[in-house]
Design a protein around this ligand. Structure first.
Ligand code: PLP
Length: 397
């Protein structure tokens, strides 16, 4: 007898909505459900499995570290944390890093750092300018930073000190700046907001404004980091180096880890002011070190550029076939989306599930693509063929 895992979960779990698929195994760009059906996974665990599911290098690192040392208290030094810290500092040109357990927690750390910086260097300024349609996570301060009222409404009052401006509008950032402002916090490309790509010079202009005003530029690279946009960090694509950067998702190769990094000039936290029981533990750091080293050594960013171009040209061809249904195809590297005029995303996703292609309906009109960066030409072509068939069925009824 087969177990109905979906019914069981609905009985026991305080759940959110899910697609009706129970995934039991993954390998590379593919996953299998509990009935043995195979899927091409173009969600990649929310842009987490950047080198695919169960990558041998990550599996080996986890197995070896699990048998050696998984956790100490952060009273002591451990080795994998230092190895990972060193490579991230060298690659980013930022000076210091702190490890935590998720993207939201990384942003919490960055927010605390910015507030302390404002206290020390800007007469107690504490306000952070964020963007509409941004997403920074589900903890209270991260929700307050998130530019999406629906995520805030049920949990009010929100922590104060966050103001929101339209994304991709430098004048709005300037107008919102006051003596209370300590930082500007943005995603290089907004992921959960629907894959919103700013104009080429927006981040550079914000960078310049922050320099003129003495504000910190915090870039939330939780989704865009670790090669996704075709550069190791998204800001490299836009040539706008931040003062503070947060990472999570793709950093761990599938295990939960987050990080915030800072220039020495604003790495103002001192011992006792921040911490985490599990943050930087040997198990996750060994996995993250293996995944990060693989991304760098095999130049997965370059593959993201190539495969991203192939995916986009396929989606644009579909747009030319269906100009009345498709409003826009957009994205950078392997973070892409197709937007329709009608609310077609739920139907498209149901048809894609049937085809054996996993995608994310990030908005009712928007479907998001974020495959592993190790995806091959054949897999991109296969996904495009499946998507084309699913799309045709979705618009037909
Ligand atoms: C997913 C995401 C977060 C939150 O990360 P969690 O690990 O879910 O807490 C924060 N910022 C961005 C840009 C994200 O995409």
């Amino acid at each position: 007898m087969t177990t109905d895992w979906i019914a069981l979960e609905q009985q026991y779990y305080m759940t959110t909505r899910r697609q009706p698929i129970v995934i039991v195994r993954g390998q590379g760009t593919r996953v299998w459900d509990d009935k043995g059906k195979e899927y091409l996974d173009f969600t990649a665990g929310w842009a987490v499995n950047n080198i695919g599911h169960c990558h041998p290098a990550v599996v080996k690192a986890i197995q070896e570290q699990a048998a050696t040392l998984t956790q100490t208290s952060n009273q002591f030094y451990t080795v994998p944390q230092v190895q990972l810290a060193k490579v991230l500092v060298e690659q980013s040109g930022l000076d210091k890093v702190f490890f935590c357990n998720s993207g939201a927690e990384a942003n919490e750390g960055a927010i605390k750092l910015a507030r302390k910086y404002g206290r020390d260097h800007r007469n107690g300024a504490y306000e952070i300018i964020c963007a509409d349609h941004s997403f920074h996570g589900r903890t209270l301060a991260a929700v307050a930073a998130t530019g999406h009222p629906a995520y805030q409404e049920p949990f009010k009052p929100m922590p104060e000190g966050f103001v929101h401006v339209p994304f991709n509008d430098i004048e709005a950032v300037k107008l919102a700046t006051t003596p209370k402002t300590c930082a500007v916090m943005l995603e290089p490309v907004q992921g959960e907001g629907g894959v919103n790509v700013p104009s080429r010079d927006y981040l550079r202009q914000v960078r310049q404004w922050c320099d003129e005003q003495g504000l910190l530029l915090i870039l939330d690279e939780v989704q865009t980091g670790m090669g996704r946009l075709g550069t190791l960090f998204g800001w490299q694509h836009f040539d706008a180096k931040p003062d503070v950067m947060t990472l999570a998702k793709g950093l761990g190769g599938g295990v939960p880890i987050g990080a915030f990094m800072a220039r020495a000039s604003c790495a103002v936290l001192v011992p006792g002011e921040h911490g985490s029981t599990f943050g930087g533990n040997p198990l996750v750091c060994a996995a993250a070190y293996a995944a990060t080293s693989w991304i760098i050594e095999h130049d997965c960013s370059a593959n993201a550029v190539k495969m991203g171009a192939r995916l986009m040209s396929g989606l644009k061809a579909l747009q030319r076939q269906h100009p009345r249904e498709v409003k826009e195809v957009r994205g950078v590297g392997l973070l892409q989306a197709i937007e329709t005029h009608r609310d077609l995303a739920p139907k498209i996703i149901a048809e894609c599930n049937a085809e054996g292609l996993l995608l994310n309906p990030v908005r009712p009109t928007i479907v998001r693509f974020m495959p592993p960066l190790t995806v091959t030409e054949q897999e991109v072509d296969e996904a495009l063929a499946k998507f084309g068939r699913a799309f045709t069925r979705a618009i037909a009824n």
